[in-house]
Design a protein around this ligand. Structure first.
Ligand code: 0CJ
Ligand code: F3S
Length: 316
């Protein structure tokens, strides 16, 4: 006789998974393939998820790191994270057909940074060095016009040309709490600094973190479906730890799940980063069902209804 399965309650955070910018970026690649035929080149992972990337590869996308890997006669899509100004400029010089899948909320930050620069302000960007979004935002302005701050400790040593002519902007996928602390430190040291009311963290990042905060303390363990290079997904793991669930980790998909790590947990929290397809959440729940007597409780902290328009060149 089969051994009785142990009970496991899954607390499913909501909202989770795809945001409007990711949905749009994936659709852009799919439509570009339909419209221009295969292959369509994509500069950088369209979003930070291997499953999404492999799926699009199967449909005819070719992912490259840089524009010089794109042949002159094929279209190229720029990823959701945004690109430095030099990238479309180079594509234009080469007469490449390009489609920009930069999330409109990232483009908004680009325009803010430009506006501050035109008003003579030095821009302090809060973000993670080396992340493509940070490279893209810094690349909207000439070298040296943007100073990067990664944490509170760097605010104290920040060397600015004129403390009275400063503004800040942020990466869209940061920890809301950490960023609040960095903004407070900036405002304390540079009272004249200008910036958005709060920060530039997007609605999806904010909502996914709030949903994790709502369940973390009730969970014995919490899994974030997402990729290690996904900033917003990594932040969800940290948030779970900071809000009462020390046993939290990132899992790319069910096959990577370490069942020993889950141990005798009775309540498992599950969420997914903004670039992780819901199918991977379903897959993990099914894998849990194979091992436990599962009941699922979805905890919704807010409704989302954001939809972004596709670029004109791909509509009609
Ligand atoms: O930067 C963005 C516009 C977010 C895109 C969606 O998430 P992901 O995981 O591809 O990117 P992050 O590393 O920025 O979270
Ligand atoms: Fe855009 Fe935020 Fe998603 S910036 S791509 S809506 S995570």
């Amino acid at each position: 006789m089969a051994a009785l399965k142990k009970p496991l309650t899954i607390l499913l955070a909501s909202p989770r998974g795809f945001c409007a910018g990711v949905d749009r970026a994936i659709q852009i690649v799919e439509r570009a393939i339909e419209r221009y035929g295969r292959p369509v080149y994509v500069r950088h992972e369209i979003v930070h998820n291997r499953y999404v990337v492999e799926n699009l590869e199967a449909k005819g996308a070719v992912f490259v790191d840089e524009l010089d890997q794109v042949p002159n006669d094929r279209p190229v899509v720029f990823s959701a994270h945004g690109v430095p100004k030099a990238v479309p400029a180079e594509a234009g010089r080469r007469n490449l057909l390009y489609v920009d899948a930069t999330c409109p909320l990232v483009s908004k930050v680009h325009r803010e940074a430009e506006r501050h620069h035109e008003s003579g302000r030095t821009v302090v960007l809060i973000g993670h060095a080396g992340h493509p979004e940070v490279i893209g935002t810094m690349g909207q302005l000439p070298p040296g016009a943007v100073l990067l701050v990664e944490d509170v400790s760097q605010v104290a040593t920040l060397d600015v040309p004129d403390p009275k002519n400063l503004a800040y902007a942020t990466q869209t996928t940061l920890s809301v709490d950490d960023t609040t602390a960095i903004v407070a430190a900036l405002r304390h040291r540079f009272p004249a600094i200008q910036g958005p009311k709060m920060e530039d963290i997007c609605y999806a990042t904010t909502n996914r973190q709030a949903a994790v905060k709502a369940i973390a303390a009730r969970c014995d363990a919490l899994v974030v479906i997402g990729a290690p290079n996904s900033s917003n997904s990594m932040r969800l793991v940290e948030v779970a730890g900071n809000y009462g669930c020390a046993r939290s980790r990132l899992v790319q998909r069910a096959a990577d799940m370490d069942w020993e790590w889950l141990g005798d947990a009775k309540r498992l929290g599950i969420t997914a980063g903004a670039s992780a397809p819901e199918l991977l959440v379903d897959e993990l729940i099914e894998a849990c069902r194979a091992r436990y007597d599962v009941s699922v409780e979805e905890v919704r902290t807010t409704e989302e209804n954001v939809v972004f328009k596709l670029p004109r060149q791909l509509v009609a």
